[in-house]
Design a protein around this ligand. Structure first.
Ligand code: AMP
Length: 584
């Protein structure tokens, strides 16, 4: 059985200048995670800390003067940092927050653009034993408030313009004790709020060395908020232990070698930007580019050319936008440094894999994982042929399954629920303060991913869809409830129902159906006003791209909005079982 009409892309291992790290068939058979734990350095006191594995082990060894970070700012500024320099900056930041009274397990959140200081604060907080939560810088005040309140963050590290954006929510953050403002290169001329701390002043006072808190592998390290079908986003918490899988997948799924120059295009506000924009490359001692700016096809190719990127990890929406920009654009640049390309976050259509092969002479290697899994779980590996459209095979040491509603395995080639056997090292260890929701993700010895998939006769996995209402827009998961909640705060809105509408580039865009309160008339102006309103509260990435006025929304007898029905109507599909529909 083949699941795609595109031919398999064959690899010639003998012709590869750099031999893949992983021999899949050899390793997968009898792999024990202990082998990978043994490759970590561990703390002198016997504990484990992600910051030690990513920064200090290199700074204390032969990689001390090797470049860890090449940074290019959005205005063209350039800076570089060796592992040794990264150690000094992160040690200083650990001292700064220790002096503010931060203890092991306290939450420190970072709401910044991709500045070097984001990375210093991130690892400095880990060194101090804190649990770090990075927030997407494009978020508006509502998502920031919800996450800071839910996590009980004590410290927020931010930058002047973002600090101003959220001024209105600060009085609602009862547990927040300090705001540290980074004014990179004095970019912002306005003085900071006198109640805030200046990052630059605090760092200037801080000692340049710090003994990492002896965290255990089981201590919490990072939290990322992720969307579900109901309620507000939940904080998925990971332990220091996750680093072993982030290290192993950097080596195996991204095929990182010591002399690579690596670029991950994801923002640390999302899990890919921390697991693969920080931990995987640096635990592997690899130099990486951090680019502060956004997407522009010619700029991205220019970066690959200028920095001689060898390994590139990006996302399907970006690849589709590159395809749309045209084949002549990459041909204007020297792309010959590239040797491995990977993609994650949404289904990667086979056309994109084949396009990569034509333009760059190598396919994009799709891999699958999610916030809760903490690291790559299923991948197309450097050592294997690529079936365009497939997300590859399970990582050594990871057991995936495809099951039916009773959690019985489904036959090869049939769609089912994608599940994972618990116990992989980077498994999340809870949703912050929400044990019932965490427990609901496990049944009959499986972790339920929320995705459906199928497996072919060669053991390759093929993504089918989500099993819930969560929307995947440009690789960002959006919980419909969060958008509905923002919309109904507008005085004109009675009810809102939100779905993902298929889109050729972003896979899905957020579409809202809105019914109005008595006394309000539908109009183009009101539609635009609602778009603006939700964008200012949420962010352009999360807010609806389309709003349709309806007289009423279909609801179950218990009053829940039937998004499934809204979607079926939108797509002109059969409405399915509507027996639970409320009579109007
Ligand atoms: P997040 O937790 O935000 O990283 O999103 C994880 C979700 O994104 C998964 O559960 C999938 O629905 C989707 N996803 C991630 N990687 C892939 C992939 N390679 N193919 C298809 N869907 C993916």
């Amino acid at each position: 059985m083949t699941t795609s009409s595109f031919p398999t892309i064959k690899k010639d291992l003998d012709a590869m200048k750099v031999k893949p790290n992983l021999d899949y068939d050899k390793v997968r058979g009898n792999f024990d995670w202990q082998e990978m734990y043994d490759e970590l350095d561990w703390l002198p006191g016997g504990g484990l800390n992600k910051a030690h594995e990513a920064i200090d082990r290199h700074a204390n060894g032969r990689n001390r003067d090797k470049l860890a970070m090449i940074w290019e700012g959005k205005n063209g500024e350039k800076e570089t940092y060796t592992f040794g320099e990264m150690k000094v900056h992160t040690d200083k930041f650990a001292n700064v927050i220790k002096s503010l009274g931060i203890e092991t397990g306290d939450r420190v959140f970072i709401y910044m653009e991709r500045l070097p200081e984001l990375y210093f604060a991130f690892f400095g907080a880990l060194k101090a034993g804190a649990v770090v939560g990075p927030l997407f810088s494009a978020f508006g005040p509502d998502p920031v408030r919800d996450r800071l309140q839910d996590s009980g963050a004590k410290v927020l590290v931010t930058q002047p313009d973002l600090r101003r954006k959220i001024t209105g929510i600060i009085p609602e953050l009862f547990e927040l004790q300090h705001i540290i403002v980074v004014n990179k290169n004095n970019r912002d001329p306005q003085p900071i709020n006198t109640a805030d701390l200046s990052y630059e002043e605090e760092m200037a006072k801080a000692p340049a060395s710090f003994d990492i808190v002896n965290t255990s592998q089981y201590d919490y390290s990072i939290m990322h908020y992720t969307s579900g079908t109901t309620g507000k986003p939940k904080g998925a918490v990971h332990r220091h232990q996750a680093v072993v899988q982030q290290y192993a997948t950097g080596k195996w799924a991204l095929d990182l070698h010591e002399d690579d120059i690596y670029w991950c295009t994801a923002d640390p506000g999302w899990v890919t930007g921390t697991s693969y924009g920080m931990l995987a490359p640096w635990t592997n001692g690899v130099t990486q580019l951090i680019y502060e700016g956004g997407f522009r096809a010619s700029k991205w190719y220019e970066l690959i050319q200028e920095y001689k990127i060898t390994v590139w990890y990006t996302a399907p929406t970006a690849i589709r936008m590159l395809m749309r920009a045209g084949d002549e654009v990459p041909r204007r640049y020297d792309m010959s440094s590239l040797r491995f390309m990977a993609s994650v976050g949404e289904p990667l259509n086979p056309e994109a894999v084949v396009w990569g092969n034509e333009i760059f002479d190598m396919p994009f290697h799709d891999n699958w994982w999610q916030t809760e899994t903490g690291a790559i779980m299923c991948a197309n590996y450097a050592c294997q042929d690529v079936k365009p459209g497939s997300m590859g095979r399970p990582l050594p040491g990871v057991e995936l399954g495809i099951v039916d509603e009773n959690f019985d395995p489904v036959p090869v080639g049939k769609d089912g629920i994608l599940v994972v056997r618990p116990g992989w090292p980077s498994m999340f260890h809870g949703y912050w303060g929400n044990a019932p929701m965490y427990n609901s993700r496990f049944r009959k010895g499986w972790y339920i991913t929320g995705d459906s998939a199928r497996i072919d006769e060669d053991g390759f996995y093929w993504f089918v869809g989500r099993t819930d209402d969560v929307i995947n827009t440009a690789g960002h998961l959006v919980g419909p409830f969060e958008v509905e909640s923002a919309l109904i705060e507008h005085p004109a809105v009675a009810e809102a129902g939100v779905i993902g509408k298929p889109d050729p580039i972003a896979m899905e865009v957020v579409k809202a159906f809105v019914s109005l309160k008595d006394g309000y008339e539908e109009s183009t102006e009101l539609r635009q006003e609602l778009m603006r309103f939700s964008r200012s509260k949420l962010s352009a990435a999360v807010a609806p791209r389309e709003i349709e006025f309806v007289a009423s929304l279909p609801k179950t007898r218990s009053g829940k909005i039937m998004r499934r029905l809204l979607k079926a109507r939108e797509l002109g599909l059969p409405e399915g079982d509507t027996s639970g529909l409320e009579e109007e």
